[in-house]
Write a protein that binds this ligand. Structure first.
Ligand code: GRF
Length: 204
């Protein structure tokens, strides 16, 4: 089977980006990270991409009049790189129909909560403030709403009584990396099927 050509969109640290790159390098994931898209030139993820030899498209939103304008450029870059699947992994920008419409069903996001609980920013802090005993991680298709697209996979993370945002984040990130790499492996083996809001992942 051909390698799955991925683009990762990220804005900050990029530990999920790194987990994907590492899985590709170890042979756990039959894929190629063909492009990193980043809206923050100083982000750590840009440095990670350079070290891994991944091509980077970095932009600054303020240099464009409208969100749609940089997205048109992103779509062009995705096509030029032969990307098959977009992974939003800590990409802190709202996206418009310029990206969502042509890429629906081929664009996924990782969110640090068990959706539909705690969508939007700071899923970890929201879960702690609410006092839930179990939170977790969701990987879902991206639609036009806020973290509202069809769910592909979820994993639970138990909240301990003495957890702080920092201690919980350590376990959340570990859960994210494992779940995301597993989902991408399923995509690379063409085992993911989307029908309406229902997503099934065929067993290996
Ligand atoms: C992760 O918690 C992810 O779920 C959220 O943004 C964070 C990105 O972390 N969407 P990193 O940049 O991959 O370390």
């Amino acid at each position: 089977m051909e390698k799955l050509r991925l683009a990762v969109f990220a804005s900050g640290n990029g530990s999920n980006f790194q987990a994907i790159v590492d899985a590709v390098q170890d042979g756990r994931l039959h894929a190629e990270v063909a492009l990193l898209v980043c809206d923050k030139p100083q982000a750590k993820v840009v440095e990670r991409a350079r070290q891994a030899g991944v091509p980077v498209f970095v932009f600054e939103a303020k240099q464009y009049a409208r969100r749609e304008d940089y997205e048109v450029e992103i779509v062009r870059q995705l096509e030029a790189s032969g990307v098959e699947l977009i992974v939003l992994a800590g990409y802190m920008r709202l996206i418009t129909s310029v990206l969502v419409e042509p890429w629906y069903g081929r664009m996924i996001n990782i969110h640090p909560a068990l959706l539909p609980a705690f969508p939007g920013v700071n899923g970890i802090g929201q879960a702690l403030a609410y006092g839930v005993k179990v939170t977790g991680v969701t990987v879902h298709f991206v639609d036009g709403g806020m973290d509202s697209g069809p769910i592909i996979a979820q994993t639970a993370v138990v909240v301990r009584d003495d957890d702080t945002a920092e201690s919980l984040a350590v376990r959340m990130h570990a859960a994210e990396h494992e779940l995301l790499v597993g989902v991408l492996a399923a995509f690379s083996e063409r085992r993911v099927l989307l029908e309406g809001r229902k997503v099934s992942v065929r067993a290996q």
